[in-house]
Design a protein around this ligand. Structure first.
Ligand SMILES: C[S@@+](CC[C@H](N)C(=O)[O-])C[C@H]1O[C@@H](n2cnc3c(N)ncnc32)[C@H](O)[C@@H]1O
Length: 229
């Protein structure tokens, strides 16, 4: 999986991705990260990429030209005429594990981060973006949203999580339930003991207990996940 992020803050993206599991995944070649600074494509001498919105209203808008040029540069680096592009926007379809699974099927993802009031609509139309939101709230920029998407999609790339089963065993995976409670050493902590079944070594009973706990937890915390479509 090759991520290319178009942003005004490349260092924010690089610093965050260069930690923990994503860093190791990059070192081992399971994922790659390239950033393109949209400001490098400013169409004026002072490096501005934003301007007032037509029709009035508060705030500035990122201009179509620099965003489109940055996208073309991403395509050039990926050696493609057209690369699959995602625009992070509160107006997009809401990101969840299913969307992550869908995005993980792509070989390359170009992720566009807006700032200020967003991006001139014409650039987004010309690129033909998939529009993705990380929730019904408004952030100052798309960078944090893009990091959530990349972190989540990376975990689905084969090899990234050392143990291949761990992604399929988690909340929102195949059955769409929340994960069961988990415990590690010590066996007793603050007078709270690990459930006996987990110490029994009886795999079938452990599986049964975990499934029951997943159902209980989902019913308590996210009953909406149990509703039939
Ligand atoms: C202040 S927001 C612009 C909001 C826009 N004026 C609107 O009302 O829809 C600036 C940028 O942050 C990013 N952003 C903000 N909230 C987001 C969210 N919930 N999901 C994904 N990206 C978001 C987008 O890239 C957006 O272009």
């Amino acid at each position: 999986m090759n991520f290319t992020v178009l942003t005004l803050f490349p260092e924010l993206i690089e610093n965050a991705m260069n930690t923990s599991i994503c860093k190791r995944a990059m070192e081992k070649g399971y994922i790659s990260l390239d950033t393109i600074d949209i400001r490098d494509f400013a169409e004026n001498k002072n490096g501005r990429v934003d301007d007032y919105t037509y029709g009035g209203g508060a705030g500035m808008l990122m201009q179509a030209g620099p965003v489109y040029s940055a996208y073309k540069e991403a395509c050039r680096r990926l050696n493609k005429e057209k690369a699959y592009a995602v625009y992070m926007t509160p107006q997009g379809r809401v990101f969840d594990q299913r969307v992550a699974e869908e995005l993980a099927q792509h070989e390359d993802l170009v992720i566009i981060c807006g700032h200020y009031e967003g991006i001139d609509e014409r650039a987004l139309e010309e690129i033909g973006t998939d529009n993705i939101s990380i929730g019904d709230y408004v952030l100052t920029g798309g960078e944090i949203a893009s990091l959530a998407v990349m972190d989540c999609v990376s975990r689905l790339v084969p090899g990234v999580l050392g143990n291949e089963t761990s992604a399929s065993d988690e909340s929102f995976s195949s059955e769409g339930l929340l994960e069961y409670p988990q415990y590690t050493r010590p066996e007793v902590w603050h007078d709270r003991k690990v459930p006996d079944v987990l110490l029994s070594g009886h795999h079938a009973n452990i599986e049964k207990w975990r499934h029951e706990q997943s159902l209980i937890r989902t019913r308590e915390r996210r009953p909406d996940l149990l509703k039939e479509d």
